[in-house]
Design a protein around this ligand. Structure first.
Ligand code: SF4
Length: 361
């Protein structure tokens, strides 16, 4: 197994050539060493006391034809999630207004679709235009997109698109059978080609091996551009889905995944998304020490709950953390900058996972 590079992490430029063995070597480091390296990278690129805060609105819930084994919104699983129609533009805009009044800078709209139908695009485009006109950044997670659809959304003013890889390429068919891993990569390519920023991560704790967790991160880091946001979700086991009853992931393994993601994608927002509600304060604190610098907050994360804002703010206070102000900007690998949050006491609406799972964003 090759040695992990010894050059100070902060001195290394972003890489897109990670080998699986190198990533495994990171995961296999003694935890104190891994944490030290991740924290060094974190503070080289961000203020480690600042955490981006995001929320997400599900504009169309449930009834999805896909069979993602973790997702309560798949129509084929009996999870008690009722399918809803696409919300009206007026209703979405009202929610966006409320979010802005609460301090949000970015508004993410999620729909439980395999992919939008072409007839859906004008409806979503209208939402994007209206939300944008409020002065908010826009984000969406709608499933797979064609190049034309991505272009139309971009033209309407969409800034970010969330589309998760879910898991390692070699484990993908254990979790999802209604699409291929390559489909995910294709959509991400369309999103990048259209000029939008990407939010892309995955879910751990689905019964995958450490090797496969390394494979997920290797694929993410070796994309042509590192995702601007990397949601790392911990499986929320929902009764009625195939993954209910999966052996729970060791919490330290989750922390290792966060730390490795921070080291491999140094300029990305590494986001704690689905599964945070099930974490105690100590585990969340370890994740922040490992380089996580974004969370979902307050509102329901699609169909899974999220810790209430009081608990979050109390934890921030205890840890000396603060929401990332809008003026903080993260440098993208391409050298451009984007404001990933907004106001100090707010939520930014970044995507959780795609569509609407306990995945997230
Ligand atoms: S994760 Fe998305 S694509 Fe998969 S079943 Fe759920 S809503 Fe559908």
């Amino acid at each position: 197994m090759p040695a992990v590079r010894e050059t100070p992490a902060e001195a290394l430029p972003p890489r897109h050539d990670w080998s699986r063995a190198e990533v495994r070597a990171l995961f296999d480091l003694p935890l104190p060493e891994l944490m030290h390296r991740a924290a060094s990278v974190h503070r080289a690129h961000f203020d480690p006391a600042e955490v981006q805060v995001s929320t997400l609105l599900s504009v169309k819930t449930g009834g999805c034809p896909e069979d993602c084994g973790y997702c309560p919104q798949a129509a084929r699983y009996h999870t008690g999630v009722d399918a809803t129609k696409l919300m009206s533009t007026e209703a979405v805009v009202e929610k966006a207004r409320q979010a802005k009044a609460a301090g949000a800078s970015r508004f993410c709209m999620g729909a439980a679709w395999r992919s939008p139908k072409d007839r859906d695009i004008p409806k979503v485009a209208a939402m994007i235009r209206e939300v944008k006109s409020l002065g908010l950044e826009t984000c969406a997670t709608l499933g797979m997109l064609s190049g034309e659809q991505a272009g139309a959304l971009r033209e309407a003013g969409l800034d970010y698109y969330n589309h998760n890889l879910d898991t390692a390429p070699e484990f993908y068919n254990e979790i999802i059978h209604t699409r291929e891993f390559q489909d995910r990569l294709d959509t991400l390519g369309h999103v990048r080609d259209a000029g939008m920023k990407t939010c892309c991560g995955g879910i751990v704790g689905m019964g995958e091996s450490r090797e496969q967790r390394a494979g997920l991160l290797q694929t993410l880091a070796n994309l042509p551009a590192h995702p601007d946001s990397v949601p790392i979700n911990r499986l929320v086991q929902v009764e009625g889905t195939p993954l209910a009853g999966t052996v729970e992931l060791d919490p330290f393994e989750f922390v290792r995944t966060i730390a490795a993601a921070r080291i491999m994608m140094p300029r990305s927002m590494v986001r704690l998304s689905a599964g945070r509600e099930q974490m105690n304060d100590e585990l969340q604190a370890l994740c922040f020490l490992a380089g996580a610098n974004s969370i979902f907050y307050g509102e329901k994360l699609l169909t899974t709950g999220n810790p209430d804002t009081e608990r979050d703010m109390a934890l921030f206070e205890r840890l000396g953390l603060r929401p990332m102000p809008i003026i903080e900007q993260a440098h993208t690998p391409g050298g451009t900058v984007h404001a990933d949050i907004i106001d100090t006491d707010t939520h930014d609406h970044g995507a959780a996972g795609d569509c609407a799972k306990p995945r997230a964003a």
